[in-house]
Design a protein around this ligand. Sequence first.
Ligand SMILES: CC(=O)SCCNC(=O)CCNC(=O)[C@H](O)C(C)(C)COP(=O)(O)OP(=O)(O)OC[C@H]1O[C@@H](n2cnc3c(N)ncnc32)[C@H](O)[C@@H]1OP(=O)(O)O
Length: 410
Amino acid sequence: MTSTDLRALGRDQWEEWYGHLELAFGGVPEAPEERALWRDLTESDRAIAAWDDGQIVGTAGSFSFGLSVPGGAVVPAAGVTAVSVSATHRRRGILRAMMRRQLDDLRAAGEPLAVLTASEPAIYGRFGYGIATRQMSVEIDTSRVRLEVPPGTDAVRLRRADPAGVLKECEELYARRVASRPGMLRRAPGWERLGVLDPEGERGGASPLQCVLAESGGELRGYARFAVKPEWDAAGAKGTVVLRDLEALDPAAYAALWRFLFGIDLTSALVARNRPEDDPLLHLVSDVRRCGVRLRDSLHLRPVDVGAALAARTYTAGVDVVLEVEDAFCPWNSGRWRLTGDGSGASCVRTGDDADLALTVRELGAAYLGGVSLTALAGAGRVRELRPGTLAAAAAAFSSPVAPWLPHGF
Ligand SMILES: CC(=O)SCCNC(=O)CCNC(=O)[C@H](O)C(C)(C)COP(=O)(O)OP(=O)(O)OC[C@H]1O[C@@H](n2cnc3c(N)ncnc32)[C@H](O)[C@@H]1OP(=O)(O)O
């Protein structure tokens, strides 16, 4: 496979391009409303297709996101998506060729970061992506677990609303949250539709999506979108609340929404697939063992331009460190970089000075949002401390007081 077989997605090729992607994921057609959403969100000028004998045999694309980074800046980031290679053409290097083309294009466009969520976590490390965020899932026995809510919770007013009818208000609230947590995405208009996408065929016996708003003093302070899956057995009702998302601007609104969800009649379980790993919920519950907590990888991140990426975030403690970076797939990043910074800003420039720490770009991607410790990576032999004392200082500087988290896939 050579890059000459790769072409930009042409006008009127979206159906074939997306059909190829669906087939690579098993061939079950998406619901029409889901397809329509992805069609609208596809940025055709960022999409590529691999062709063989007049047929599409590979697809890849990216979204132009802004990624929230430690310190609150929102940095341009390519949200890599729609990666597929035909089963008839697998393991011939088509993915590798598409990754090559994509990263060269992103570098030329000056986008410092690339991010993705992987169908399988083993695929993208070789291209310099590190696992930068994790997502927590919970399966809570709400018949046993109690909530200890903070003062002010009783003053929050809860109101049911049609999820689609209050989409604009919820999206505005989401936008206010983006800078408060690394890993969240600033997204273009249209993406809010993802929050209420609710194909009937994918409900698995649950209700249509429901929405409850939390208000204080007449102002929207939070929302929860969820469904209820009723179930009965000989002992009675044992339904499940399936939480889609929940955002709040203050602890009282936050607790009021969780208390509502825990208390829905005829249910005894609550499941949520994607919560931050430091979700304050874990400090409201009486019995964390009955919350069925699990973690998995979520956002994979690759610095496309190491200097620009490291200078775009701030650092929890003052840092002055020389990093020896190895980047086999994007050699323009390889070499020594001096990173200096603190809580107000940073610079990262090439240097000829001796290195303090050695690592590959993949570890840098993992540590970038502050959720993966350089010390832990060093424990696995993936970061090497060349000058004693520099590892602990750099690890403290890179860390984030809030766990990074990606609220939804793309
Ligand atoms: C961001 C996203 O969109 S994630 C979605 C990814 N897509 C899917 O999972 C759909 C189903 N799978 C596919 O379409 C394909 O099998 C792909 C895209 C995963 C791989 O495409 P291919 O063209 O076969 O990969 P290619 O031949 O370029 O392999 C490149 C390297 O990745 C490795 N690789 C490929 N697929 C996998 C995998 N599933 N798990 C682990 N390693 C893999 C190859 O072994 C090769 O390794 P090497 O660098 O050591 O030689």
